[in-house]
Design a protein around this ligand. Structure first.
Ligand code: IMP
Ligand code: MG
Length: 177
């Protein structure tokens, strides 16, 4: 795609594929003999969860939540509203939240508190990307794909104003100059 807003590659297509496979193997090993409920956070995690699930060798189901953070588009406020809740009950289940990116951590912090209150047997997080420099709350992220620098990332599900989710790799958004 020829677009001046698409900047340097942060994670190449083949590195995504390789890491997603590794995460799938690690999760399959850790959950051997158990069944996982994958909770994908819409919309950014859709590509990641679909690819990851194909590398899982344990029984698993998938459900989705959509949340919106109040505040500006580049800084989340930590006040989160549920736009779409889970269809299935997670009580007594082994739940794995699948996130595209953890930035300040405020959205994930809210999700963890909300889902923990529903008494799952276990609750863990798998995030494709994290920006450690931006973290405002310390969170237990069990599985991380890649740590990236403090840049706005697009592609492989990540958007800027709903665009660029279809890029098959992760790039930095530029200011267009
Ligand atoms: P947090 O609450 O600050 O951790 O932000 C979480 C949400 O903001 C993520 O689930 C993304 O949807 C969005 N977000 C944060 N950083 C980026 C980015 O670099 N690119 C695209 N979306 C982002
Ligand atoms: Mg998002």
């Amino acid at each position: 795609m020829n677009d001046p807003l698409i900047g340097a590659t942060l994670v190449a297509r083949e590195d995504l594929a390789k890491r997603v496979q590794e995460l799938g193997e690690e999760i399959s090993h850790d959950y051997a003999g158990r069944e996982i409920v994958l909770v994908g956070v819409l919309k950014g995690a859709v590509f990641f969860v679909a690819d990851l699930m194909r590398h899982l060798e344990v029984h698993c189901s998938i459900d989705f939540m959509a949340v919106a953070s109040y505040g500006s588009s580049t800084d989340s406020s930590g006040v989160v509203r549920i736009l779409k809740d889970l269809d299935i009950s997670i009580e007594g289940k082994d739940v794995l939240i699948i996130e595209d990116i953890v930035d300040s951590g405020l959205t994930l912090n809210y999700l963890l508190r909300t889902l923990r209150a529903r008494n799952p047997a276990s609750l863990e997080v798998c995030a494709l990307l994290t920006k450690p420099d931006r973290r405002k709350v310390d969170l237990p992220i069990r599985y991380v794909g890649f740590e990236i620098p403090n840049e706005f990332a697009i592609g492989y599900g990540l958007d800027h104003e709903e665009r660029y989710r279809n890029l098959p790799y992760v790039a930095a958004l530029t200011d267009g100059s």
